[in-house]
Design a protein around this ligand. Structure first.
Ligand SMILES: [Zn+2]
Length: 535
């Protein structure tokens, strides 16, 4: 099997004429003037592919008048110089994912790893749930996760700019925790590449496309080709077999399963008097204070939610931004990272005109001014009290509804009112009856419907009102823990809605019933708080 990133069609692009398809690296560089943009949804993938193309241009720039010469050719003639393309082509063997001797960004000396030492192919993606990484959108299983070859290529390319720390000595990228990065965007791919290809004020050094990556001297300024191919892992992909890709969903295509994914001791940070010091390297797309090598990153979820983390960009500069001072049109990639373990838990992309303080401040959202500003989703601060209407509703349900009524409601689990006529009749009789009697402060229709379905799910002796009932199912739903220090997980959990809410509440009620001494359920409190949370 071979899969060469120069020729295989793995990069989705949008052409200026409106067509879209996939191209290999050579076609992308050769036709960059006709390509509107790379069409990848994830900001991390998008950045990683641009970064890879730029690294190739830096690598062979000397063949066409240096970095300045290639930049000019891309910006003025919308073309990658043919000498650069030829230079890349002559070393095509470096870009095969499965080359016997020099597989791309992999370390053949790590291939002998035992099966149980291998890790999920999803380790290449910070947002896939693997090991101790947080689940973003995806919940899967380390054993079965497979990636198609275009997605495996994206994952490999993320290694250089986006590797986050892991446990047990898994080091992050050369610039440490994933920083905020900016890409200047042009009208076509040629312009975008030209804008971001800026002269760098350090030695070029050598690109290291394969093998066990070791820096030449990590205490000295890092040469740029070394930094741009810095590989904090020792990886080896397994041989592909047909399967389903867990990242893009393609079926019946060659996929890779578990991979060798080891730490790389050679990329450990330098210690100075017991303190880790950043490498002497400034990523051209990241932001730094003058004379510093610590890249700006975003760490606080509450700030990220309102773009307030962008404020720290005002006093700092990126090399690319300085080289394109008057350019308008930027794409900002903002990973948010937990400073305790350098793992990212959120990634977002923002488009902005420039980096003036006015533009940045305009992106910051005004403080939310709804009555629920205390805590996200407002659900950790509820007004105390049980209005009379709610109490009457719950009392009436318990008093009036018959065994057959509860059975009908029990059959309506996870259904809407219009999907379950028998239960709806029961509901309507009770609810509209109370309304007709001018009882105010009733729960909303949806909350009343949900509460009756939950009450119907328990045995009759649990469906009673005890004074001082303590069991409150909402306590069992994971909450956001923005300011709670002693919690083990600092990650967000949004309030579930719809079937997810019903399922969580059913689970909570059920877990109480399975205790040796179930506690009486606070039905009125539950109804009251749901009414506040949902409406
Ligand atoms: Zn895929």
């Amino acid at each position: 099997m071979d899969y060469n990133l120069l020729e295989e069609k793995w990069i989705p692009v949008l052409w200026k004429d409106g067509n879209s398809n996939r191209v290999g690296i050579i076609e992308a560089l050769e036709c960059a003037g006709g390509i509107r943009c790379i069409a990848l949804a994830s900001p991390l993938d998008l950045f990683a592919v641009h970064r890879f193309m730029l690294t190739l241009l830096y690598w062979k720039a000397a063949l066409a008048g240096g970095v300045e010469g290639v930049r000019e050719s891309l910006l003025k003639d919308e073309k990658t110089p043919s000498a650069v393309l030829d230079g890349i082509r002559t070393e095509a063997h470096c870009f095969d994912l499965f080359d016997e001797e020099s597989p791309f960004l992999q370390d053949p000396s790590a291939r002998a790893a035992k099966e149980k030492e291998k890790k999920s192919a999803g380790s290449l993606f910070a947002e896939l749930a693997t090991g101790t990484n947080i689940a973003h959108f995806h919940h899967g299983d380390d054993e079965d996760m497979r990636l198609c070859l275009p997605c495996a290529a994206l994952g490999m390319l993320r290694l250089v700019p986006w590797t986050q720390s892991g446990g047990a000595g898994l080091t992050p990228s050369v610039h440490n925790a994933p920083p905020i990065m900016a890409i200047a965007t042009g009208d076509d791919l040629a312009a975008t590449l030209g804008l971001n290809l800026v002269p760098l004020d350090v030695e070029a050094g050598e690109a290291k496309w394969s093998g066990h990556f070791k820096p030449t001297d990590s205490t000295k300024p890092i040469p740029y080709l070394e930094a741009l191919t810095w590989n904090p892992r020792r990886i080896y992909l397994s041989s592909p077999r047909a399967g389903v890709c867990w990242y893009c969903g393609s079926r019946n295509i060659p996929t890779v399963g578990k991979i060798v994914y080891k730490k790389n001791e050679g990329t450990k940070a330098n210690d100075q008097e017991g303190k880790r010091t950043p490498f002497i390297w400034r990523d051209p797309s990241a932001f730094y204070l003058d004379n510093e090598f610590k890249s700006m990153n975003s760490t606080k979820e509450d700030q990220a939610a309102e773009n307030k983390d962008l404020e720290r960009l005002i006093p700092v500069r990126s090399i690319v931004a300085m080289e394109n001072e008057n350019h308008q049109g930027w794409s900002l990639v903002v990973p948010t990272t937990n400073p305790k373990n350098n793992k990212t838990f959120d990634h977002r992309q923002l488009e902005l005109k420039d980096f003036s303080p006015e533009t940045i401040r305009a992106l910051m959202l005004a403080k939310r001014s709804s009555g629920r500003s205390e805590g996200f989703n407002g659900w950790d601060k509820l007004k105390p009290g049980h209005p009379a209407g709610i109490r009457l509703f719950v009392q009436a349900a318990i008093k009036v509804l018959t065994y057959a009524d509860w059975a009908a409601l029990s059959n309506a689990a996870y259904r809407e009112m219009h999907d379950s006529p028998a239960a709806f009749n029961v509901f309507a009789g009770l609810y509209w009856g109370l309304r007709d009697n001018k009882i105010g402060g009733l729960p909303s229709r949806n909350v009343a419907w949900l509460l009756l379905k939950l009450m119907a799910a328990v045995p009759a002796h649990v469906r009673v009102l005890y004074p001082g009932a303590k069991f409150y199912p909402l306590d069992l739903i994971p909450k956001r823990q923005l300011n709670e220090r002693h919690r083990t997980s600092p990650y967000p959990a949004s309030f579930p809605l719809g079937d997810r809410l019903e399922s969580a509440l059913r689970g909570a009620v059920d877990s109480n019933l399975r205790k040796r001494n179930p506690e009486p359920v606070d039905w009125i409190g539950l109804c009251h708080d749901l009414d506040q949370l949902l409406d």
